[in-house]
Design a protein around this ligand. Structure first.
Ligand SMILES: [Zn+2]
Length: 220
């Protein structure tokens, strides 16, 4: 789907015919990434915009439910990293519609080195890269996860989630005056995005806006 990879994608399509990233049905002529049926049936968020400490606004177009959740789980744990292109395109449309730029660059909520090694890739980084490409913005890794914390998904309460990520990230460079778009895959209470946005602001960022593919109702 990226520029310059056209022939490679066509070759890949011969061996892996493109399927809808949500329902896994073979795509028809004129469909890219996901099918028309899913476009209608996906759990679109009634209110995609959210707010939190240290960032101006955030957008998350889909609810963490049904086929959207199942798709993301295949992406994160089932090796379907090719979904990033489709997710990124979807996210870019929501960002352009709901968030006020301009942004100097896109960055992401990183996983710890240990988790990246185990999984082989950083799912938020791939998502951010795909969205950045669609938006015509540079991608810059400016955050580092310094502590290996238990996954947020195992923690139910907002307080626990905040405590779990407190001090877990640091900025790797001075960000004075930067307007930053920060991306993660899922937003729940917003604790992780707020913690990272706070770190970016402490390093001088002028503005931080956030985007995630999915939101859980708890985050509202
Ligand atoms: Zn579908």
């Amino acid at each position: 789907m990226s520029r310059g990879r056209g022939w490679l994608n066509r070759l890949a399509d011969l061996f892996f015919p493109p399927k809808c990233v949500f329902c896994r049905r073979l795509l028809r002529e004129g469909e890219t990434g996901f099918c028309r049926g899913c476009r209608q049936k996906l759990p679109w968020a009634d209110d995609p915009v959210f707010h939190g400490p240290f960032f101006d606004a955030g957008v998350a177009p889909l609810r963490y439910e049904a086929m959207a959740r199942d798709s993301l789980l295949r992406y994160k744990f089932g090796g379907m990293y090719r979904y990033a292109d489709v997710y990124g395109a979807l996210l870019a449309v929501s960002i352009a519609a709901e968030l006020e730029g301009p942004f100097d660059f896109v960055t992401w909520v990183p996983v710890s080195r240990k988790r990246k090694r185990r999984r082989g890739y950083d799912q938020a980084q791939l998502l951010a890269a795909a969205a950045a490409e669609r938006l015509g913005l540079p991608l810059r890794g400016v955050l580092e996860k310094t502590i290996h914390t238990p996954p947020q998904s195992g923690l139910q309460e907002a307080d626990q989630r905040r405590a779990n990520v407190l001090g877990a990230y640091r900025a790797t460079e001075d960000l004075t005056g930067c307007r930053i778009l920060l991306i993660d895959d899922v937003v729940t209470t917003g604790a992780t995005l707020s913690e990272c946005a706070g770190v970016l602001r402490q390093s001088g960022a002028a503005d931080v806006s956030c985007a995630a593919l999915l939101q859980t109702v708890r985050g509202k």
